[in-house]
Write a protein that binds this ligand. Structure first.
Ligand code: NAI
Length: 349
C-alpha cells in the first residue's frame, strides 16, 4: 500500500485507487466516534480514493448501541467503506490495522481525581498496547484520544515493543484548533489566515497554548501574531486560560464533553500525519519526547511537528523565553507525575 504523499496531486491526495486499509476505532459506540466514523467513511481523512475496512471496538454492554451505529454507517451508502467489523475483542479489532483511533476509555465520574482516572485507564491501554503489538501492522499509526491521552499513549507504546515508539501519538489538535479559532476571532480574520499556533505539553489544564510563533495573514501580508494582537497581557493570560478551560466550558454548557470538535480534530491529526503538512507549517501532536527543548525524555509531550512522507519531525530552534519556559516545565512535571502514577498502577497489578 502507498502512503499518501502530498506530491501525488494538487490537493495532496493520490489519484490511484488503492486496496482497502484496516482502520480501528475504539469506543466506537461513543459520542466522538459517532462524528468520527462519518469522516473516515467519507474519505476526508485517508483520501477520496482510499477504501477502508472499519474495525469497531467497544465493550459488551454497548454492542446494541453499536448495532445502530452500524446500520447508520450502511445507510450512508458511501463507496469507500468496504467492511465493518464490530467486536469486543481487541485481538480481532487490531488485526492488520494501518491506523488506530483509541477513543474508548473509562470516563471521569463525579469526585474522581485525575489519579483515579489514570488508574482506571491504565489497564485498558495496556491490553490494547499488547493487542497492537501482536496483531497490527508494524507501521500502524496510533492516535490516542481517550483521556488522560498523553499518558495513555505512553502506556500503550510501552506494551507494544515491536512497534516503533514514534508511531504512538496523543491528541492535542483540538486544543490547537481552539487556539487558532480564538486568535482568528480576536483578529477578525477567518481561521485559515492563522498558522503555527502551538500547544505544548499535556492535554490538560497545564497545557501551554503558545501564539509567540504564530502568524496571521492580513490583507495578503504575513505578520507575527504577537505584534498584530499587540497585547501581551491578553496573549499570556486571557488567551492561555481560555484554551486551557475550553473543554470545561463546553461541558458546563452542553452537559457532555466536546465530541463533534474532538472528532474533527482526530481526523485533522490523522490526515496530516498521513499526507503531510505544507512547507513552513506545523501542527501540534503529543509525541514521545526526544529531549527537544529540554523536555524530559520518555513522556508523551505535545510539540510542534512538521510531517513529510508519513513521518513527523519536531520543529527545532524556536525561541523559548522565560515565561514559556516556566509553562513548559509545569506541564512536563505533570506528565512525569502521571508516568510515575501509571507505573505504580501497572506494577501493582
Ligand atoms: P463516550 O463515553 O461517549 O464514549 C466512550 C466509549 O468508550 C463508550 O462507548 C465506552 O463503552 C467505550 N469504552 C470504554 N471502555 C472501553 C474499552 N476498554 N474498549 C473499547 N471501548 C471502551 O466518550 P466520548 O465523548 O466519545 O470521549 C471519549 C474519550 O475522549 C474520553 O476519554 C474523553 O475524555 C476523551 N476526549 C479527549 C479529547 C482530546 O482532545 N484528547 C477531547 C474530548 C474528549
Amino acid at each position: 500500500m502507498r502512503i499518501l504523499s502530498s506530491s501525488d496531486s494538487e490537493d495532496g491526495w493520490t489519484s490511484i485507487p488503492s486496496e482497502p486499509i484496516n482502520v480501528v476505532v475504539t469506543g466506537a459506540a461513543g459520542q466522538i466516534a459517532y462524528s468520527l466514523l462519518y469522516q473516515l467513511a467519507a474519505g476526508s481523512v485517508f483520501g477520496p480514493n482510499q477504501p477502508i475496512n472499519l474495525r469497531l471496538l467497544d465493550i459488551p454492554v454497548m454492542m446494541t448501541v453499536l448495532d445502530g451505529v452500524i446500520m447508520e454507517l450502511e445507510d450512508l451508502a458511501l463507496p469507500l467503506l468496504r467492511e465493518i467489523t464490530p467486536t469486543t475483542d481487541p485481538n480481532v479489532a487490531f488485526k492488520n490495522v494501518a491506523a488506530a483511533f483509541l477513543v474508548g476509555s473509562m470516563p471521569r465520574k463525579e469526585g474522581m481525581e485525575r489519579k483515579d482516572l489514570l488508574a482506571a485507564n491504565a489497564e485498558i491501554f495496556k491490553v490494547q498496547g499488547k493487542a497492537l503489538d501482536q496483531h497490527a501492522r508494524k507501521d500502524v499509526k496510533v492516535l490516542v484520544v481517550g483521556n488522560p491521552a498523553n499518558t495513555n499513549a505512553w502506556i500503550c507504546s510501552h506494551h507494544a515493543p515491536s512497534i516503533p515508539k514514534e508511531n504512538f501519538t496523543a491528541m492535542t489538535r483540538l486544543d490547537q484548533n481552539r487556539a487558532q479559532a480564538a486568535l482568528a476571532a480576536r483578529l477578525n480574520v477567518s481561521v485559515d489566515k492563522v498558522k503555527n499556533v502551538i500547544i505544548w505539553g499535556n492535554h490538560s489544564s497545564t497545557q501551554y497554548p503558545d501564539a509567540a510563533h504564530a502568524t496571521v495573514n492580513v490583507q495578503g501580508s504575513t505578520k507575527p501574531v504577537p505584534s498584530v494582537v499587540n497585547d501581551d497581557n491578553w496573549l499570556n493570560i486571557t488567551f492561555v486560560e481560555k484554551i486551557q478551560k475550553r473543554g470545561a466550558a463546553v461541558i458546563s454548557a452542553r452537559k457532555m464533553s466536546s465530541a463533534m470538535s474532538a472528532a474533527k480534530a482526530a481526523g485533522d491529526h490523522m490526515r496530516d500525519w498521513w499526507i503531510g503538512t505544507k512547507p513552513g507549517e506545523w501542527v501540534s501532536m503529543g509525541v514521545l519526547s526526544d529531549g527537544s527543548y529540554g523536555i524530559p525524555r520518555d513522556i508523551v509531550f505535545s510539540f510542534p511537528v512538521a510531517i513529510e512522507n508519513g513521518q513527523y519531525k519536531i520543529v527545532q530552534e524556536l525561541q523559548i523565553n522565560d515565561f514559556a519556559r516556566s509553562k513548559l516545565s509545569n506541564t512536563s512535571k505533570e506528565l512525569e507525575e502521571e508516568r510515575t502514577e501509571a507505573n505504580n498502577v501497572l506494577q501493582n497489578k
